[in-house]
Design a protein. Structure first.
Length: 445
């Protein structure tokens, strides 16, 4: 980072950072026990929410240079927002982090490979669902054609970092392109109608995790929902917003707002904690744009996680049944800390017959996935995951339930790393609930 870049970054910190929010931090330290990077770094204050806020304020005040140490501290943050619910001052740490990252990444010169990678992902792939389908279709061909087996036998993955080669093993079976294009856009309820909802499909959820989206839709139908699925919706923008691409996130948000405004729906339903939390945050993302702030707030107020609406509609009072087993639940950070949805998944899981639900210690502590964090900050991600697997094994559960695609892949990665793939599985809560509903329908009373 050269002097000109530092000066520009410092100037923009002064102009754009919410100084009142920085001052809200009382330095009390209540956030410290909730911060995974603070704990895993050996209680390094620089890697805590309190420490990072102090660094941001120091840059604004001109007493700290926005150097590589500051950038490194912000990069190493998981963005899990576990510090927010425990903060007595109610500091919106996630908003501060996103703003600081955006200023740094928009003003620091990057290496050519990093620039190409970011441009490809943030501008060329995720904003375009058809391109996501194409990439997923290629993955499907790779998995089904025999190429995957050949590559594995060749020993190619031995040259990759362990986490990447293990990640390749735990990827779900990708759907064919034809499957991704065949879903209807309007579905009627399969029980007396109670609500009309619009379904936010997401980019990864509607490609790599298409079957989980299908399960979610069936659950909503069984619960009594009429469902509309807007065809021109796009990526929520979370990946962009968390990675220093705030303007691109705003563009994606505005398009989604326009699309969902056209639907006369009671709620907008999501099944990915990260997407849902960012949709709720549209009201903050666009708060300074007069034309958009009210529209963003109206959309944000309609967003609900699928577990929340299922409990609201008493789905847990229906007969749900599975084969005898112990299950546990891993909180999605953004579902818990962003959408403040905590009890609903537990209510649903505890209502399943023949199942023993065991609460995991520190279930709300981040698993280390955090979007693309496990790819760019692999060492810290694996440290966080190792702790999570210790707590998972203590429950004696055979099934780990999650509510976010990143968490799901990360927990599958943990199971593979621990050599437990034959004894334990990780599933999305929508898939498990649909299985429980359908099992109850087919088994005699």
């Amino acid at each position: 980072m050269n002097n000109k870049e530092k000066q520009t970054i410092q100037k923009e910190f002064k102009e754009k950072m919410d100084y009142d929010e920085l001052l809200n931090c009382m330095r009390c330290g209540f956030c410290l026990p909730s911060c995974p990077t603070y704990i895993e770094s050996g209680y390094d204050e620089v890697q805590s929410p309190r420490g990072r806020i102090a660094l941001m304020k120091g840059v604004v005040d001109g007493v700290i240079e926005p150097d590589e140490e500051v950038k490194r501290s912000l990069d190493l943050c998981l963005g899990c927002r576990a510090c927010e619910p425990v903060c007595p001052s109610g500091v919106n740490y996630g908003h501060l982090l996103e703003q600081a990252r955006d200023i740094i990444y928009q003003n620091q010169k990057m290496s050519l490979p990093a620039k190409v990678l970011r441009k490809t992902a943030f501008e060329g792939l995720f904003p375009y669902q058809n391109r996501m389908r194409t990439v997923t279709g290629l993955l499907s061909f790779y998995q089904r054609s025999g190429v995957q087996k050949a590559v594995r036998k060749s020993g190619f993955y031995n040259f990759l970092p362990d986490s990447l080669s293990t990640m390749e093993k735990v990827l779900p079976e990708a759907p064919k392109r034809k499957e991704m294009l065949s879903r209807p856009r309007h579905l009627k309820p399969l029980s007396p109608q109670k609500k009309k909802v619009a379904f936010f499909t997401g980019c990864l959820m509607d490609t790599l995790f298409l079957s989980t989206n299908d399960a979610t839709i069936k659950l909503l139908q069984h619960a009594g929902c009429e469902i509309v699925i807007p065809e021109s919706q796009n990526c929520c923008g979370a990946l962009h917003g968390h990675s220093g691409e705030k303007n691109k996130a705003k563009q994606l948000a505005k398009k989604n707002i326009m699309v969902f405004e056209q639907e006369d729906a009671d709620y907008i339903i999501t099944n990915a904690g990260g997407c849902g939390a960012f949709l709720v945050d549209y009201s903050h993302l666009l708060k300074d744009e007069e034309e958009w702030k009210e529209r963003a707030e109206n959309m944000a107020n309609k967003v609900k996680d699928v577990t929340s609406i299922l409990v609201e509609m008493d789905f847990h009072k229906q007969t749900l049944k599975l084969n005898s087993q112990i299950i546990t639940y891993q909180d999605s950070c953004h579902l818990k800390n962003g959408q403040r949805t905590f009890m609903e998944p537990r209510i649903l899981l505890s209502s399943i017959e023949n199942v023993s639900y065991v609460e995991m210690e520190d279930a709300g502590r981040c698993c280390g996935s955090a979007g693309i964090y496990n790819l760019v900050e692999t060492e810290m991600s694996m440290q966080v995951l190792d702790y999570k697997m210790i707590k998972t094994k203590e429950t004696k559960a055979k099934t780990i339930v999650t509510a976010n695609p990143g968490c799901l892949l990360q927990m599958k990665l943990g199971i593979e790393k621990e050599g437990l793939s034959g004894e334990m599985k990780a599933v999305h809560i929508a898939d498990l609930l649909l299985e429980a509903f359908e099992t109850a329908q087919t088994q005699p009373v």
